[in-house]
Ligand binder design. Structure first.
Ligand code: ZN
Length: 212
């Protein structure tokens, strides 16, 4: 609301301009409403502000989730954690076969196995560890991709929500002349409605003055 004479911005319930002193002529759209109509209007506004607030919360929650880190808990593949068993097998097989080799007076096959078996464990272990590492890396990349997809969906959903929110905000601006900025929320409109229902005020502007 602005002063007709000097253009100063006025408080919603000002009787005079605080700059030039001109009496404020108000064209109060709600003072001709009956109490029942005022209650209905307060109720309608309460619902619409509540919808707006819900959307705002939802958008804020989503934006917080989008801004957060990609939440994938995985343990980096440890080559040694996988491989140590093969080393143990290699060492045990070497000593066992060594004893047999000596006991059999360097039997040809046992001598060959004393070298071949530990080597077999060492090489097989390396081969399996590399295979496992590749499998785990692949699983991690799949997991990351899934998280990325979910993030993308959330971003799309949030941008739709924002569009709805902006449209709703625009819709409700038609009531900005009636409702002062500090009362544009569902809780305030619930108080206004309660005052009207209790018969303490007879229109919205009176309720705002009382609540201020
Ligand atoms: Zn003025």
């Amino acid at each position: 609301m602005y002063c007709n004479k000097c253009g100063n911005q006025l408080d919603f319930d000002a009787a005079f301009c605080n700059i030039c002193g001109t009496p404020v002529e108000r064209d109060d759209q709600t003072s001709n409403l009956s109490v029942e109509e005022s209650i209905a209007l307060a109720d309608k506004l309460k619902t619409r502000y509540a919808q707006l607030e819900k959307l705002e919360r939802e958008v804020a929650d989503n934006e917080k989730r989008i801004a957060g880190p990609l939440n994938l808990n995985y343990r980096q593949f440890s080559f040694f954690r996988f491989y140590w068993k093969f080393l143990v097998f290699a060492v045990i097989s070497f000593y066992v076969l060594l004893i047999i080799m000596v006991a059999t007076d360097f039997n040809g096959i046992v001598t060959f196995l004393t070298i071949a078996a530990p080597l077999g464990f060492i090489i097989t272990g390396i081969f399996l560890a590399i295979k496992r590492r590749n499998e785990e890396n692949y699983a991690i990349s799949l997991g990351n991709e899934e998280v990325r997809q979910q993030r993308k969906k959330l971003e799309e959903k949030t941008s739709e929500l924002k569009k709805t929110l902006n449209a709703r905000r625009k819709d409700i601006t038609e009531f900005n002349d009636i409702v002062p900025a500090q009362f544009r929320k569902s809780s305030s409109m619930a108080q206004v409605k309660a005052l009207l229902v209790a018969g303490k005020v007879s229109n919205l502007m009176e309720a705002f003055r009382l609540l201020k």
